[in-house]
Write a protein that binds this ligand. Structure first.
Ligand code: G3P
Length: 226
């Protein structure tokens, strides 16, 4: 399972990168607009934090294939590194994925709400497929089941694309897609922290420290003892 961060907040990216096994960062136009800062400098700041080997997913805004391709080439020139161009699964987007595959530019199909959208994007050559789990759940559709079906389709047709599930609002949603073999998730820094949270873990750690310090002294750790 690959963990990615769905944010352009530099403080959050630095902290999560320091603590967790993060494979990369995803952004979208809404996330970038929330930061209300200059686009390219911010993307390049993210790149400098995560390094050239980590995945960085950046979305194209154009509505026609030729313009999406132009954006993809521009971003590859200006950002570089292990870059994925996010492209929505509209007809012109699928066309752009085909063209970019031929050119060796990596793409992530995004705004996926059905398994058939994901299948076509995978056949067109997208490396990652991003279904929106919470937005599906909010439409009374089980988002995790859609992820499971996409995983199954990729296996059935021996397609190399990976599922990069997105739009999570709960640990339960993450848990379900991970049980279904989803290869990657992108989550907010808050959900990433929540994946580890458990009151019994905190209570156990406190108890261990309390028992130890009664015998070995306050603040002492293994390296303090002979
Ligand atoms: O990056 C796309 C996805 O993460 C959107 O999430 O929370 O806006 O539904 P959300």
């Amino acid at each position: 399972m690959l963990y990615l961060l769905d944010t352009a907040d530099l403080v959050a990216i630095r902290r999560s990168y320091d603590l967790y096994p993060i494979a990369g960062v995803t952004t979208n136009p809404t996330i970038m607009a929330r930061e209300n800062t200059k686009f390219l400098p911010r993307i390049n700041e993210i790149r400098s934090i995560i390094g050239v080997k980590a995945m960085l997913h950046v979305q194209a805004l154009s509505k026609t294939a030729d313009k999406i391709v132009a954006e993809a080439e521009y971003l590859n020139e200006k950002v570089g590194g292990n870059l994925y161009i996010k492209i929505p699964v509209i007809p012109e987007g699928i066309k752009a994925m085909k063209i970019l595959k031929e050119k060796g530019v990596k793409t992530t199909a995004t705004a996926i709400f059905t398994p058939q959208q994901a299948l076509m994007a995978a056949v067109a050559g997208a490396e990652f497929l991003a279904p929106y789990v919470n937005r599906l759940d909010n439409m009374c559709v089980d988002g995790a089941s859609i992820v499971r079906e996409i995983v199954q389709l990729l296996e059935t047709y021996h397609l190399p694309a990976k599922v990069l599930a997105a739009s999570f609002k709960s640990v339960e949603q993450v848990h379900k897609v991970s049980l279904y073999g989803c290869q990657a998730i992108t989550v907010s820094p808050e959900i990433l922290d929540a994946l580890l949270k458990h009151p019994m873990t905190d209570a156990s750690v406190s108890q261990f420290v309390q028992d130890w310090e009664k015998v070995y002294g306050e603040g002492k750790v293994t390296t303090d003892l002979g």
